[in-house]
Design a protein around this ligand. Structure first.
Ligand SMILES: Cc1ncc(COP(=O)(O)O)c(C=O)c1O
Length: 391
């Protein structure tokens, strides 16, 4: 077995994302030589003496979760990671950790429905004010800043319309007035985009999506390079009990190992699908940042390595027409969620974003959202071609 010094050396030689995904946080010498980090399905740990500084209680820290947290931190280029029971658990814990009653937050007008629910229906009841802005416009964010703005929450590419936020520009706006920027990086994954390097104070993930990649677990994560943010989030995660369980952490860690190679494939197929949809007579509009005509294409090209595996399009018709297309595909499964090996299709207005109806969070009713999986790309295009045939 390699000794401690060799293991320590390996920590600093991990290099590229593909190597980090397989090795970061996963050191066999810490686990009796087990090459795959074991599932420490234990609530409590025996201590040799009262205060030995070792593992204590799994709500506070657990070795399987710690391995995942170190791996995710290495992928995002931060020093601290925290893994949660879901993306929403990560978001809610972060908001509670970084904001106080009377503070003000700025949120995007295109965002995951659950994020909208959290700010509009939960934290607002506890005295956290919010303003909804077009996050693609740094001037709009600057105009919305108030003396008590403590947090700007961005999501890029956004769910479900794939809008692109210029992370560096929004970080400047937030920091100028003493606020923090947290970026929901779920759609890009750390393989395509690293918000910390662009100035964000923390990065959030629904690890339910690309990081785990197999539609078999819910999870979330926060990664930061800021000691104060890390400390506050760790304390709140432990105190609230919103952390990830050992088996769930293991599933996410297992999925992360293939993340870079999965992202390469889904980006390739998504581009092909976006190009097909762009020329289709029954499609009014395609939203994919890889298309040169997308309003965020230039920013996406600058801050992302590729454009991701989610494509949205507006059917030329009503919500019912969009629902009919969703029901007619055979390879694309009609289901919410995204980022997995299998391709999924859904109608956000009636599914993931149904609670945003009538709100400032804008979701066209005829929008169809695709999560492109690992099936053969040509097969996925012909599935959509069949589903879009006039009926
Ligand atoms: C962009 C984005 N952020 C956050 C979440 C919430 O994650 P979870 O469902 O793991 O709580 C989702 C879920 O779909 C999402 O798409």
């Amino acid at each position: 077995m390699k000794d401690h010094r060799v293991r320590e050396a390996r920590r600093y030689e991990l290099g590229e994302p593909a190597t980090r995904a397989v090795h970061a946080g996963q050191y066999p010498s810490e686990h009796n030589g087990a090459v795959a980090v074991p599932i420490y399905q234990a609530a409590t740990f025996e201590r040799p003496v009262v205060l030995d500084g070792g593992w204590d209680y799994s709500r506070i820290a657990n070795p399987t979760r710690a391995a995942l947290e170190e791996c995710l931190a290495a992928l995002e280029g931060g020093r601290f990671g925290s893994a949660f029971a879901s993306g929403m658990a990560a978001t809610a814990t972060t908001v509670l950790a970084l904001c106080r009653a009377g503070d003000h937050v700025i949120i995007p007008d295109n965002t995951y429905g659950g994020t909208w629910d959290l700010f509009s229906r939960i934290t607002s009841r506890w005295g956290l004010e919010y303003t909804v802005v077009d996050m693609t416009d740094p001037a709009a964010v600057a105009a919305a800043m108030r003396p008590r703005t403590s947090l700007v929450w961005a999501e890029t590419p956004s769910n479900p319309s794939l809008r692109i936020t210029d992370i560096a520009a929004i970080a400047d706006v937030a920091h100028r007035d003493g606020a923090r920027l947290v970026v929901d990086n779920t759609f890009a994954s750390p393989v395509l985009q690293q918000p910390l390097a662009l100035g964000a104070d923390a990065v959030m993930h629904s690890t339910t999506k690309y990081l785990s990649g197999h539609s078999d677990v819910t999870g979330g994560a926060i990664i930061t390079d800021d000691d104060e943010v890390a400390e506050a989030i760790k304390f709140h995660s432990g105190a609230l009990g919103t952390m990830a369980q050992p088996f769930d952490s293991w599933l996410v860690l297992r999925g992360v190992k293939t993340l870079p190679i999965r992202m390469r494939q889904v980006c390739e197929s998504a581009m092909r699908i976006a190009e097909f949809l762009e020329g289709h007579p029954r499609v009014a509009r395609v939203h994919y940042p890889g298309l040169p005509g997308h309003p965020g294409h230039d920013v996406a090209k600058r801050q992302m390595r590729d454009f991701g595996g989610v494509v949205s399009f507006e059917v030329d018709g009503t919500a019912d027409d969009a629902a009919a297309v969703c029901a007619r595909t055979r390879l694309f499964t009609l289901a919410v969620s995204l980022g997995s090996v299998e391709s999924l299709i859904q109608n956000p207005g009636q599914m993931t974003h149904c609670t945003t109806t009538g709100s400032p969070v804008t979701v066209p009713e005829s929008l169809v959202r695709l999560s492109v999986g690992l099936e053969d790309g040509a097969g996925l295009v012909s599935d959509l071609a069949d589903a879009l045939r006039p009926y």
